[in-house]
Design a protein around this ligand. Structure first.
Ligand SMILES: C[S@@+](CC[C@H](N)C(=O)[O-])C[C@H]1O[C@@H](n2cnc3c(N)ncnc32)[C@H](O)[C@@H]1O
Length: 265
């Protein structure tokens, strides 16, 4: 493996995982609190840092309209190719740039708004990435990062599954996440990057219907298997317990999202 797992697994995404991410990372109205702090309006230029399949990037583009300008940047070449093609088919004028970060491949003060969703837990340095987000933001521009915090995940699928759940989640976290406590650290990182008027919100809904199952399968279970810290058979048993809890109506999963915004002074 050329890079650490937390980075390499984004460089190499196999087709089934691409399909899963298309579903997991679709934009839906419940995500409004994540983008509201950007205060988008027609005509603004926006950078989406770690744009993935581009669904949120397109939503940003719709909000800044044809007078605005939206750019996505991501380390995965297939995400860039697919989101570029989708943008053309939806007649949305979004530019997608293939690059790892930090650093960000853009000049100083190039964007009115800089956004980053569920990416900073995977990068070599979240602090350096946020410093880069601040650098490419225009004076008085708004920088927003939203991320979860792996030490605040709550999963309940029954007491008999607790020990196995804890081991699967710990194994996934150990290999795939560079900065598991990114959520709670974002405020300090924003302040360290010189951003001002830093505000923190937390968005947390309880999934009791099983909507998070595709994410548990494509991310958590996959990472745990790859870690070698739990057997593949144990991960499969865990997924069966998750599915049984969903069917039995006693599933609960909470993944709080920190939403942090700062102003470039
Ligand atoms: C969980 S996905 C989030 C995608 C998108 N922000 C969204 O919410 O729909 C994480 C994204 O970060 C990208 N990524 C992870 N590490 C990266 C790095 N070091 N440089 C550039 N992109 C990276 C991945 O390729 C992936 O698209």
């Amino acid at each position: 493996m050329a890079e650490a797992y937390y980075k390499q697994h984004w460089i190499d995404i196999e087709p089934e995982r691409h399909e899963a991410y298309d579903q997991i990372l679709a934009f839906h109205p419940a995500m409004e609190p994540l983008i509201r702090p950007l205060e988008l309006k027609p005509g603004l230029s926006v950078l989406d840092v770690g744009s993935g399949p581009g669904h949120t990037t397109f939503e940003l583009a719709r909000r800044v309209g044809s007078e605005g300008r939206v750019t996505g940047v991501d380390i995965n070449a297939d995400f860039i190719a697919k989101s570029s093609a989708r943008g053309q088919s939806q007649r949305l004028d979004v530019e997608f740039v293939h690059s790892g970060f930090p650093p960000l491949p853009f000049p100083d003060s190039a964007f009115d708004r800089v956004f980053c969703k569920n990416v900073l837990e995977y990068v070599d340095s979240a602090a350096d990435t946020v410093a880069e987000m601040a650098r490419v933001a225009a004076p008085d521009g708004i920088v927003v990062a939203t991320d979860s915090d792996w030490d605040m995940i709550a999963l309940d699928i029954g007491e008999e599954a607790r020990e196995l759940s804890d081991r699967v989640l710990a194994a996934a976290k150990a290999i795939a996440i560079k900065e598991p406590r990114i959520g709670r650290k974002l405020r300090g990182i924003f302040l360290g990057a010189g951003l001002s008027d830093v505000k923190v919100e937390i968005m947390a809904g309880a999934d009791v219907a099983g909507r998070s199952l595709p994410m548990l399968k494509a991310s958590f279970a996959r990472y745990a298997r790859d870690s070698g810290r739990v057997g593949a058979d144990e991960v499969d048993r865990w997924l069966r317990m998750v599915e049984a809890a969903i069917i039995g109506g006693r599933y609960l999963f909470v993944l709080p999202q920190f939403v942090v915004r700062g102003i470039k002074s």
